[in-house]
Design a protein. Structure first.
Length: 228
């Protein structure tokens, strides 16, 4: 399209827009940009906006960082244990993990607890099960919130198969015999019973696993050597 026709096109567009603005029965929603222009007109518009589009291509778009949702299932053993849990959840949040914890995610008084637990477990990418003797006892008796959470966890594990790694067993206290619930037996766990090793275990085992950034990575398999 030559320069004269292009100017004529712009004038017609301007007149059309002014006319639709002044006409009460016509709104901008009635203007269909998909069909208003002919193919030649569309080419003309493309030529005008092309420099802008080309300039925008040079802009670097930062990838959106994926923040994993991780629910923490635990028993209310003592004030000290509760503070330990809050510290764990806080450190997860500080390191790029959306830690779902009843202390701050349950919401207002009167909200249904079962609904919160079901959503937290089913919609989270990972679930940390903080194992203690009291935690195991409540799972066996299906007592309180832990018992209800355990029933949901069990219901998720069986359909997904025993190979699911969604649920992370985390040792906080006790032994293999008195702290590990039946459904979590035989699974790889992180042992955080020794507070002197808390930081090491937290960063290089728990946090790396959640972010899928293992400390030790298998090297790339090279080519078979040439033998004499």
């Amino acid at each position: 399209m030559d320069e004269e026709k292009r100017k004529e096109l712009y004038v017609n567009i301007q007149l059309f827009l002014e006319d639709t603005t002044d006409t009460k029965s016509t709104t901008t929603d009635d203007f269909n940009f998909d069909t208003a222009f002919s193919k030649a007109d569309a080419v003309a518009v493309e030529e005008v906006v092309k420099p802008v589009n080309q300039a925008s291509v040079a802009m670097t778009v930062e990838p959106t960082e994926v923040i994993p949702n991780v629910f923490i299932s635990y028993s209310w053993d003592s004030q000290e244990h509760e503070e330990w849990i809050i510290n764990l959840a806080t450190k997860l949040c500080d390191n790029g993990v959306n830690a779902i914890l009843d202390k701050w995610d349950l919401g207002l008084l009167g909200k249904p607890l079962p609904h919160f637990m079901e959503n937290a477990i089913t919609k989270s990418q990972r679930v940390i099960c903080v194992m203690t003797p009291n935690y195991k006892k409540k799972t066996e008796n299906l007592a309180g919130g832990v018992g209800y959470e355990y029933s949901i966890i069990t219901a998720e594990i069986f359909p997904d198969g025993v190979n699911t790694s969604k649920f992370i067993p985390l040792f906080s206290a006790g032994t293999d015999v008195d702290a590990i619930p039946i459904i979590l037996r035989g699974r790889k766990y992180v042992d955080m019973r020794d507070d002197t090793q808390f930081e090491e275990k937290f960063v290089h085992e728990l946090l790396r696993d959640i972010h899928e950034e293992p400390k030790f990575k298998k090297p790339v398999i090279g080519k078979k050597p040439t033998f004499d």
